[in-house]
Design a protein around this ligand. Structure first.
Ligand code: SAM
Length: 320
């Protein structure tokens, strides 16, 4: 999400003249920092929701105290209790259940309070999570709403998750890509199907996909026009961007494979060193036992006695 800040997110938030923003998913805290700085400038407030503290929490300290509130919680546990915001930045748990219910919760709050509809900006609406669930913690998603899952990587041309390769191998993914109730874009489409007259959807095919939901009642607003232009004008450039994104994804997978390979080689080298160290320790122990055995033998003790006698003799001899 942070890569979109300067070119897309910030200009939209400024044009929407936000007073309240909700950010779901902070992680590095980089987007959060920029959002809080913008809130400081605009006299706005940000609610940041993430079950884990941002990695730069200490650096955020006074910015957060002045312009934001950090909710160490899951989005679906707090969204319904917060005041309606002017903008939502959704980049949390990238699965159908969470995203679909985040959108429903936001829409319900807007209707309940008869507020001006917010702009909803979302990350990861393209590959790999458009049509495949990711679960940061599968236990937090109801079992009946989860896809069968496993910890494995994903490839753009393979529907099945791959434990020995692909992207984001360290994360828990739906075993299969596609099908109903699977992935972030599917969650958006299912939300739009419930509220077809209420929202319009635009997206950008770069950096895993960026999506914008705008209320139809807002289509004349300058920020909505900016979004529509950005995501539809210059079709050839957008098509090229999608191809560049595909190349970037392939490069990311190759880099990740290289990193795993290096890690495996280092582990095998370290295992070799550890084995050699154990062998040497065993040899030393054996030799020490042998020395003790020799020192305990009669022959060795007789030799030691003979040496002692020789030393005494040397001392008794004149000039010795
Ligand atoms: C992709 S990262 C966010 C990246 C961040 N927006 C940025 O631009 O650097 C996803 C974050 O969502 C958080 N997360 C996972 N499940 C969540 C949930 N149910 N509600 C809110 N945040 C969640 C994770 O802890 C993680 O920090």
């Amino acid at each position: 999400m942070r890569r979109f800040w300067a070119d897309v997110t910030e200009p939209i938030l400024r044009q929407r003249d936000v007073r309240r923003v909700v950010e779901i998913g902070s992680q590095s805290g980089e987007s959060t920092r920029r959002l809080l700085e913008l809130c400081g400038e605009l006299g706005a407030h940000a609610d940041i929701i993430d079950p884990l503290p941002p990695e730069n929490q200490d650096a955020l300290g006074s910015l957060m105290a002045r312009h934001g509130t950090l909710h160490l919680a899951r989005s679906l546990d707090v969204l319904g209790q917060l005041p309606v915001a002017d903008a939502y930045l959704i980049d949390g748990d990238h699965n159908w259940h969470t995203v679909h219910h985040e959108l429903l919760a936001i829409d319900a709050r807007v209707r309940e309070t008869e507020s001006r509809p917010p702009v909803i900006l979302m990350h990861d609406v393209g590959w790999p999570y458009a049509r495949r669930d990711l679960y940061y913690d599968p236990a937090t998603v109801p079992a009946e709403a989860r896809q069968p899952f496993l910890r494995a990587g994903v490839h753009p041309d393979r529907p099945d998750a791959d434990p020995s390769g692909g992207m984001n191998r360290h994360l828990t993914h739906a075993k299969l890509e596609g099908g109903p109730r699977n992935g972030v874009l599917t969650a958006v489409e299912d939300f739009l199907a419930l509220r077809p007259e209420a929202y319009r959807w635009w997206s950008l095919p770069v950096f895993h996909g960026y999506g914008c939901l705008v209320a139809t009642s807002e289509l004349e607003a300058p920020y909505a026009q900016t979004i529509a232009r950005l995501c539809t004008e210059n079709a050839p450039l957008l098509s090229l961007a999608a191809k560049v994104e595909r190349g970037r994804v392939e490069a990311l997978i190759a880099v990740e494979a290289g990193r795993y390979q290096q890690r495996a080689e280092r582990a095998s080298l370290e295992a070799g060193f550890a084995r050699r160290e154990l062998e040497l320790k065993a040899q030393i122990k054996k030799l020490e036992a042998r020395i003790q055995e020799i020192e305990g033998s009669r022959g060795y003790q007789a030799l030691e006695q003979a040496r002692a006698v020789r030393r005494r003799l040397r001392r008794l001899r004149p000039g010795g």
